[in-house]
Design a protein around this ligand. Structure first.
Ligand SMILES: [Zn+2]
Length: 494
């Protein structure tokens, strides 16, 4: 089933790529609070490894421009951004209503410098997109980014602003189609929701599904309206190993690259899918995880690599260091160099760690079924008459970025041709289970006209809400299918 990594014109895999790496030396100082599993210090540990392995000298190292309010407001609601800017640990007691409204306080605590932390990690991701758009690098890396759970008006799962959505909006200025791939153990719900109704962004998430945060990401959630078949969900169970993972990842992503033909790819490399993660339950090795990077890179399409989850921080640093090497086409030594965080990596002081002997609950049959179902959906996309890719709109004029400056990019500016309009209603669903009102479904309701009428009323209201949500992409709702939502809110296990 391995469909290979070369369905697009591509150089030999060993060919060097030009890599821009975004890092702010302050990022390791942000602190979510005692006992909180999310530790920005892991980004600093990763950077130290890169420095001592001698990898920094092979790439352009850039300090990101902090994202401004207006940059964040391209996706997020104005009042949510204002709230994030103004809230402090000292004032939060006076803002209980707002905290609840924006889901800030527990999993997503208020801490010192919260807003500048958001500006920094979002600035790196958008800056990466700007570099790629200008053709100044082949691969851009921002390990501080990848916070895929944040919603338009709400923090979620340790994420406050969704740097991925912002980075994709930036890429859409240049590229007609952008692919988003998410290998974090959690479903990439915030990114999926943002692009659920458009055919310009395909989202593909591989995640643990079933009684696990955030609860979304059913294999039957496939997108809506113009976006139907442009959301892909790969639900997995505990203990998945490298071989099982790649018997899905490679054929599915290979097919996606063939039929969707993206102009740019964003890969969220959440490291909580590694074996031994504090919050995770998968059994991937670092090489298995990094194989996703190697495979994505082999298509030779502009690539933005982002971080994400990852809560056994010594393994996160190992993983993202190794994956930076993969991006550069450099195989790094297993023996770790001496550096300031060396003691974290005992007793072996090696880059790689053996996966565990935990049970792999993903049976061969289950994997085969999931793969068949997803390839079937992709074949519908391939043959759907709606796949008449429109002409690319003209590029937005952007200021030239200066490659030689060590201060990141010049300000990105101008409007995306896919800007999210804050006046419009968000797609408010948490769980989007598509239920089509096809004739055969209505048939079954004949005996109960009352129920059918209620259902249709709900469906009409849903359609109305979707219409206004869909306006953000200027997508007419002309599909006969109707979707209902189900409330299904899980909290993180921690
Ligand atoms: Zn995660």
């Amino acid at each position: 089933m391995d469909s290979g990594g070369n369905s697009l014109p591509s150089g030999a895999d060993g060919v060097k790529r030009k890599v821009s790496y975004f890092y702010d030396p302050e990022v390791g100082n942000y602190y979510y609070g005692q006992g909180h599993p999310m530790k920005p210090h892991r980004i600093r540990m990763t950077h130290a490894l890169l420095a001592h392995y001698g990898l920094l000298q092979h790439m352009q190292v850039l300090k990101p421009f902090p994202a401004r309010d207006r940059d964040l407001c391209r996706f997020h609601a104005d009042d949510y951004v204002s709230f994030l800017r103004s809230i402090t640990p000292e004032t939060q007691q006076d803002q209980l209503r707002q905290l609840k409204r924006f889901n800030v306080g527990e999993d997503c605590p208020v801490f010192d410098g919260l807003y500048s932390f958001c500006q920094t990690y979002a600035g790196g991701s958008v800056g990466g997109s700007v570099k790629l758009n200008h053709g100044l690098c082949d691969i851009a890396v921002n390990w501080a980014g990848g916070l895929h759970h944040a919603k338009k008006c709400e923090a979620s799962g340790f994420c406050y602003v969704n740097d991925i959505v912002l980075a994709i909006l930036e890429l859409l200025k240049k590229h007609e189609r952008v692919l988003y791939v998410d290998i974090d153990i959690h479903h990439g719900d915030g990114v999926e929701e943002a692009f659920y109704t458009t055919d310009r962004v395909m989202t593909v998430s591989f995640h643990k599904f079933g009684d696990y945060f955030p609860g979304t990401g059913d294999v039957r959630d496939i997108g809506y309206g113009k976006g139907k078949y442009y959301s892909l969900n790969v639900p997995l169970d505990d203990g998945i190993d490298d071989e099982s993972y790649h018997c899905l990842f490679k054929p599915i992503i290979g097919k996606v690259m063939e039929v969707f033909r993206p102009g740019a790819v964003v890969l969220q490399c959440g490291a909580d899918s590694l074996s031994g993660d504090r919050l995770g339950c998968f059994n991937l090795s670092i090489k298995g995880h990094a194989e996703c990077v190697r495979f994505m890179r082999s298509f030779n399409v502009p690539l933005l690599l982002l971080g994400g989850g990852g809560y056994t921080i010594r393994n996160v640093a190992r993983c993202w260091c190794y994956e930076t090497g993969v991006a550069l086409g450099v195989e790094v030594d297993d023996k770790m160099p001496q550096h300031e965080y060396y003691e974290y990596f005992g007793p072996d002081y090696t880059l790689h760690v053996a996966p565990s002997n935990m049970e792999n609950k993903n049976s061969r049959q289950l994997l085969d079924d999931i793969r068949a179902m997803l390839l079937e959906n992709l074949s519908k996309l391939q043959h759907a008459p709606s796949v008449q890719f429109q002409e690319r709109p003209p590029d937005t004029e952007l200021p030239e970025a200066d490659e030689d400056q060590d201060d990141g990019d010049k300000r990105w500016d101008g409007h995306s041709d896919m800007e999210v309009d804050d006046e419009r209603k968000p797609l408010s669903s948490r769980v989007k289970r598509e239920v089509e009102l096809e004739p055969k479904d209505l048939e079954g309701q004949k005996g109960n006209e009352e129920n059918a009428r209620d259902f249709n009323t709900v469906a009409d209201e849903m359609l109305e809400e979707l219409r206004s949500a869909l306006d953000i992409f200027d997508v007419p709702v002309d599909e006969p299918s109707v979707k209902i939502e189900q409330e299904n809110v899980y909290k993180p296990a921690n």
